[in-house]
Design a protein. Structure first.
Length: 597
């Protein structure tokens, strides 16, 4: 049997006799590491090292030949036998698999060489370092994820379930790093991707079998790919996604009791932290103004799964902080498994805090420790997945078109008709730039925002219910746009995207008591957009709220925007900018009387 599975693993690495999908995934290999040197070893066919976009001055490696590349300034010097080429950015391509080896360092510490296999690699060398992007088909990518993420899984059913989860995530999250030139990084920010540690690159038989048994299988809900998550150990109770990420609430990501992970490595843990250390962390990492030394820390509120939601700190005046923010800050300073989860109790003992907890990770979705135990009890992968993602079904992948109607960046997914594809990258880049600019001012934004554009103005008007002079609309969750080509032709594509992103964020924070005109004025005030309107416009007795909510013409809408902006500016001058944010979120009765109309 061992020999059969060794052959099978090689077939999977080669993509099999018939590739499952026509499109490939671009994976940044060795993310976060400083690559010092590279080595390419040709396999059954010649490997061509060529400058990107050129066919000249290539370095050809015949079967079995080797090229060694070392950094020289911001370039790479590659040598094969007696030939040397200097490359800034280049590709390595071959009809069949070849080996890539890299020597890298992390935080100034040298690491062992790492090896992988690919048919296509893209190497870019800059002052910041050398980036390696490997082009892999779906099954090769899932194989690397299982190698990197499934270290505790041994039973075939658990490995099969994890393969289906990893495949579903890859297809749903494609393009997470699209704006930086690849689909996924190889870190926990995406899914940990790693090649087998042995130099031959042969997959372990267990992983090869899991891929073979689940090839093309994904999880769906109501016919659509689901939003999947997994963690190492849920501590006996999984977490509802909506408790951590408000925009990720889903009927199949609820909190469920999991008796199977009891007795696992992380089912019980204990951590003692000095009060002085915790006080320093909340001051320096979180920026909390502590006016006196920290005297105690208690759980203030818990969610339905029993995990800490907010914490109460006593030191001077009592202060509340988000439990997730606290755990990340502690782990960032003291090590990433210091506080393994938010499923804990805490008590003071002398000058220390004792955390007694269960589980490792956020706890949403599949619990690897529980899945492994279920597999050991001979439950099949379908039962395992049904337990952690209730209401979902197994389905098959569908072939990707060359022009996928949904493309994603890290924080946005853009739905578009095929004719708009040429402006998608520009739009995603503008959205990410605006998000980066606004996030400090607007507070936390949804992890992923859906943006939809349309083929025609008629389609936009019908779908959004807006008149033709309105460029876009938002409901605080998603954004609808006129055709990208129309906005580009008018010269307002970038400004519209910035406006609607600010609108979405402000809409989410606006108290129900605050009129809509205040929200619109805040958006224009924040984005500093010029508002052109006809001076002395006659509103014919209509209130500002009426003109903002249901404008009768484009001219009336622009004039109303200008009046709203003027009122926000006046408030900011009289009471300060912090006051207008306070009014937006928690207005007093006096505030409501002042801004009613």
């Amino acid at each position: 049997m061992k020999q059969v599975f060794t052959i099978l693993s090689l077939l999977i690495l080669a993509g099999g006799p018939t590739p499952l999908r026509g499109e490939d995934f671009r994976i940044e290999w060795l993310s976060g590491r400083s690559v010092q040197s590279l080595k390419f070893v040709a396999g059954a066919d010649t490997v061509q090292l060529c400058p990107i976009g050129q066919k000249k001055r290539c370095l050809a490696l015949p079967r079995g030949a080797t090229a060694s590349c070392a950094r020289s300034g911001t370039s790479l010097l590659c040598k094969a036998t007696n030939t040397i080429r200097q490359f800034q950015n280049f590709t390595a391509t071959s009809p069949t698999l070849f080996q890539v080896e890299a020597a890298s360092s992390k935080s100034g510490k040298s690491e062992a060489r790492r090896a992988g296999q690919a048919r296509n690699a893209e190497i870019r060398s800059t002052v910041a370092g050398t980036r390696i992007v490997l082009v892999l088909d779906l099954e090769n990518y899932v194989a690397g994820v299982l190698t990197g993420e499934a270290g505790i899984l041994r039973s075939p059913p658990a490995l099969e379930g994890m393969a289906i989860v990893a495949r579903t995530w890859a297809l749903r999250s494609r393009g997470r790093h699209r704006l930086t030139g690849f689909d996924f990084c190889s870190l926990t920010h995406c899914q940990v991707f790693s090649f087998p540690s042995d130099s031959g690159g042969t997959l372990p038989a267990s992983i090869a079998l899991a891929l073979h048994q689940t090839r093309g299988k994904v999880l769906k809900y109501s016919g659509q790919l689901i939003d999947v998550y997994f963690s190492a150990d849920c501590g006996g109770m999984t977490e509802a996604a909506g408790e951590i990420w408000s925009d990720r609430d889903a009927p199949y990501l609820t909190s469920i009791r999991d008796p199977y992970c009891a007795g696992s490595e992380h089912s019980s843990w204990r951590q003692t932290l000095a009060l002085a250390t915790v006080g320093k962390i909340v001051r320096t990492e979180i920026g909390l103004p502590m006016r006196a030394p920290l005297r105690d820390l208690r759980i203030d509120t818990q969610d339905a799964s029993g995990r800490a939601r907010t914490l109460l700190l006593e030191g001077g005046s009592p202060q509340r902080i988000d439990a997730n923010e606290f755990r990340y800050a502690v782990n960032r300073r003291l090590g990433w498994n210091t506080l393994k989860s938010n499923l804990y109790t805490v008590e003071r003992s002398g000058e220390s805090l004792i955390f007694t907890g269960r589980g490792l990770g956020h706890g949403v979705g599949l619990c690897q420790a529980g899945a492994e135990r279920m597999g050991q009890l001979n439950m099949d992968s379908e039962k395992i997945l049904a337990a952690y993602f209730p209401g979902t079904t197994l389905g098959d992948t569908a072939p990707l078109k060359s022009s996928d109607p949904i493309l994603s960046s890290e924080h946005f997914e853009l739905v578009f008709p095929e004719g708009q594809q040429g402006l998608v990258d520009e739009s995603l880049h503008a959205l990410e730039s605006a998000r980066s600019q606004f996030e400090g001012q607007l507070g936390p934004l949804p992890a992923k925002i859906r943006v939809e554009t349309f083929a025609t103005m008629t389609d936009f008007i019908r779908a959004s219910g807006q008149p033709g002079w309105v460029a876009a609309s938002t409901d605080g969750v998603s954004i609808s746009l006129q055709p990208l080509s129309t906005l580009k032709r008018k010269g307002i594509l970038t400004s519209t995207l910035r406006h609607e992103l600010a609108h979405l964020a402000i809409h989410r924070q606006r108290s129900p008591k605050v009129p809509r005109w205040f929200e619109e004025g805040m958006v224009v005030y924040l984005t500093k957009e010029p508002v052109t309107y006809k001076s002395g416009f006659d509103f014919r007795g209509r209130s500002l709220e009426e003109c903002i909510s249901k404008p009768r013409s484009e001219a009336e809408m622009k004039a109303a925007y200008a009046r709203a902006l003027d009122r926000i500016r006046t408030l900011a001058r009289e009471r300060g900018e912090a006051a207008i944010w306070q009014i937006l979120r928690q207005p007093s009765e006096d505030d409501i009387r002042r801004i009613k109309n």
